[in-house]
Write a protein that binds this ligand. Structure first.
Ligand code: HEM
Ligand SMILES: *[C@@H]1O[C@H](CO)[C@@H](O)[C@H](O)[C@H]1NC(C)=O
Ligand SMILES: *[C@@H]1O[C@H](CO)[C@@H](O)[C@H](O)[C@H]1NC(C)=O
Ligand SMILES: *[C@@H]1O[C@H](CO)[C@@H](O)[C@H](O)[C@H]1NC(C)=O
Ligand SMILES: *[C@@H]1O[C@H](CO)[C@@H](O)[C@H](O)[C@H]1NC(C)=O
Length: 597
């Protein structure tokens, strides 16, 4: 009887990590794995009360905590260049790269980049937010985001294991003090809003947290570039968006130009404020693309591109049915996306002088594994809200957040050309370095930090080690900004190992002239490249002309650019790029305009 009465109470208290119900928590009874003792990807297994073992197999290390390198590991570590040095070379000495760009060296180095980066990501995937050990459920249940590092065990004293025992900072206060924008600071790499909205629209196909199930779950079961933001994340939604004729998607014509249908014509569930008239509710694959003109713009561009490619395939294959035209076009759209992402978006983001190349055959003779599972850490890392400006400048008009949020009339009022031109000219904010988050999205950063504690994401320094980066030894080493270093030191009671994952990524000192710091690049790139190249269309069986409807379709994929994507779907061709034009580019453009007159 007593047992039944006490049971739920015990569970309640255990959830709060309060020593209760007769379980005396002495220092000896802390789960030894809470100290995160196993280094170099060794796996911690608890045995008796305070006994644990690190499984060091295939780590290249041995010893109690997998810290003693084997001979060949020693050699490898000695020869391995530091990420900082590699980055410096890739972003300097343009004369070297001018030579490399046009020789076999480009392919060699590109293959090296791809294999080295993707080797950080285990395939098949491993943990998730419920399972900090390997399990069938964790492998099999794709409703979870995977986890690169296992969550800190539930029975640990703090969400970070034992770190942060003196108390973790209040997320609201932390964000208010160090994240929130003072005055807009533009990105020194010259990323523009065309880039920012691309980042957002592209990543929202695979970052779709299923909040009703919990913060560790996703609605995007494709776990990668499946173009679910265009076609919807379920078959039902896809069918509602399709015209079911010639492979096409439903659309409406406004002033003779193609726009997404309203929810009257395509009855999909969209997230609009309740008072929005239905004839202003545009239907997109993604529920939230009515939120911002930039998302609506990309949604419209892809809609036009899909229907344009359908027309091309239809003339080539007059006997194909709607289904085959649709499915093949979807593959072409996915292929175009991956090419634009690698050769233009990542190129812009990296600042590399090496010309990046999307060529899946590079990996066909390596042991690269196809397939991908989106990680929670990748989702958190990609919360790049400092990109957002204070207001939007569209064709000479200024829109505040109140004016442009959920204002779908902007799309057809200005048209795609003017939006592209305006967004290509307006600078985006610098992501790293702190003090650059617009007030309207402050709550998003707060929630990210809260969720990371709830889901027991390991400390920033543990992720530094996982990606072969040296853990920081002080807040001053971490940040070159006196104010940030001091404030963090106070927030985290002087313990750099208590610094959390997301604040670490956003507040780290930026690389000189760069959009963010070392960690964002070194941790983001592996997730990103694994997701792009791990797509089934890149595998040897799929990557051939027939998959894309023959040579014509394959050529579309192999020659896709951002400029073509826009200009093959608009009447006039605006300035379109992922970075704001330089003075030289502006002058060149002006001369061209004068010549035309
Ligand atoms: C005015 C512009 C934006 C607004 C108002 C906005 C707002 C939001 C909100 C409310 C959430 C959900 C937070 C939560 O409930 O956990 C979110 C999530 C997110 N945002 Fe933004 N955002 C904006 C721009 C961007 C941009 C430019 C990016 C660039 C990459 C971005 C990336 C993300 C990511 C990755 C998530 C997580 C998505 C998920 O897991 O479902 N956002 N944003
Ligand atoms: C292994 O890690 C534990 C916990 O961090 C530590 O107490 C112990 O001294 C370490 N052992 C060795 C051999 O370094
Ligand atoms: C090499 O590629 C980079 C990046 O695309 C570019 O900036 C540079 O101009 C290229 N050089 C040559 C000679 O193509
Ligand atoms: C995945 O796990 C969640 C939580 O346990 C469960 O609700 C869901 O049904 C599982 N999905 C599948 C396909 O088994
Ligand atoms: C929505 O955008 C239009 C321009 O397309 C503008 O005239 C209108 O004022 C905006 N609505 C609000 C509520 O600001």
């Amino acid at each position: 009887m007593r047992f039944f009465a006490l049971g739920p109470v015990c569970v309640f208290f255990l959830l709060l990590w309060v020593p209760a119900c007769g379980e005396k928590v002495t220092s000896g009874s802390v789960n030894p794995c809470c100290y995160l003792p196993c280094q170099n990807q060794g796996v911690c297994v608890r045995y008796a009360e305070d006994k644990y073992e690190c499984d060091c197999i295939r780590t290249g290390f041995h010893g109690e905590n997998c810290t003693v390198p084997e001979f060949w590991t020693r050699v490898r570590l000695f020869l391995r260049p530091s990420p900082g040095a590699v980055h410096f070379i890739l972003t300097h000495f343009s004369w070297i790269w001018d030579i490399v760009n046009s020789t076999f060296m480009r392919d060699f180095l590109m293959r090296l980049v791809l294999t080295v980066r993707s080797n950080f990501i285990p395939s098949p995937p491993t943990y998730n937010s419920k399972y900090s050990y390997l399990s069938w459920e964790s492998y099999y249940n794709v409703s979870y985001y995977t986890r690169l590092l296992p969550p800190v065990p539930e029975d640990c004293p703090t969400p970070l294991g034992v770190r942060g025992g003196a108390g973790l900072p209040d997320p609201e206060l932390l964000v208010e003090k160090l994240f929130k924008r003072k005055t807009f600071r533009k990105d020194p790499q010259r990323c523009n809003l065309m880039f920012a909205f691309f980042a957002q629209h592209f990543t929202h196909q695979f970052f779709k947290t299923y909040n009703r199930m919990g913060p560790g779950f996703t609605k995007a079961l494709g776990h990668g570039v499946d173009a679910g933001h265009i076609y919807g994340d379920s078959l039902k939604r896809q069918l509602q968006l399709r015209l079911l004729k010639d492979g096409k998607l439903k659309y409406q014509l406004i002033n003779g130009e193609m726009y997404p249908p309203t929810t009257l014509e395509a009855p999909v569930k969209m997230n609009y404020p309740p008072n929005t008239p239905q004839n202003q509710q545009l239907a997109f694959g993604h529920e939230l693309f009515g939120l911002l003109p930039g998302l609506g713009m990309y949604g419209t561009i892809w809609l036009r591109e899909h229907n344009r490619v359908c027309d091309i395939l239809k003339t080539l294959h007059p006997h194909w049915d709607d289904e085959q035209l649709f499915q093949t076009t979807r593959f072409i759209i996915i292929g175009e996306t991956i090419r634009i992402v690698i050769e233009e978006y990542v190129q812009q983001l990296s600042g590399y002088h090496m010309k990046l190349k999307f060529d899946p055959t590079m990996l066909h003779n390596t042991d690269f594994q196809y397939g991908n599972r989106i990680a929670l850490e990748f989702d958190h890392l990609y919360h790049w809200h400092p990109l957002m400006p204070d207001a939007l400048n569209i064709d000479g008009d200024t829109f505040t957040y109140e004016q442009f949020i959920f204002n779908t009339s902007i799309l057809s009022h200005y048209g795609i050309e003017k939006l592209v031109e305006s967004f290509s000219r307006q600078p985006a904010g610098q992501i790293g370095g702190g003090y650059n988050l617009h007030a309207i999205v402050v709550h998003v950063a707060v929630k990210t930090i809260e969720v990371s504690r709830l889901l027991r994401v390991q400390p920033f320094n543990e992720y530094r080690k996982r990606f072969n980066l040296k853990p920081y030894t002080s807040f001053r080493e971490f940040s070159d900004d006196e104010e940030i270093a001091l404030q963090l030191e106070e927030f985290y009671h002087g313990d750099i190992n208590a610094l959390e994952f997301y604040p670490g990524l956003l507040l780290e000192k930026t690389r000189p002239g760069a959009i963010f710091g070392e960690s964002m690049v070194e941790m983001g790139a592996p997730f990103s490249l694994k997701g792009l190249l791990g797509n089934p269309i890149c595998s040897p069986t799929y990557w051939k002309p027939s998959t894309f409807g023959g040579k014509v379709g394959f050529d579309i994929v192999n020659s896709a650019t951002l400029k073509k994507l826009v200009c093959l779907n608009t009447k006039t061709c605006p300035y379109v790029a992922f970075r704001v034009p330089t003075q030289a580019e502006l002058e060149k453009e002006n001369r061209k305009r004068k010549d035309e007159l």
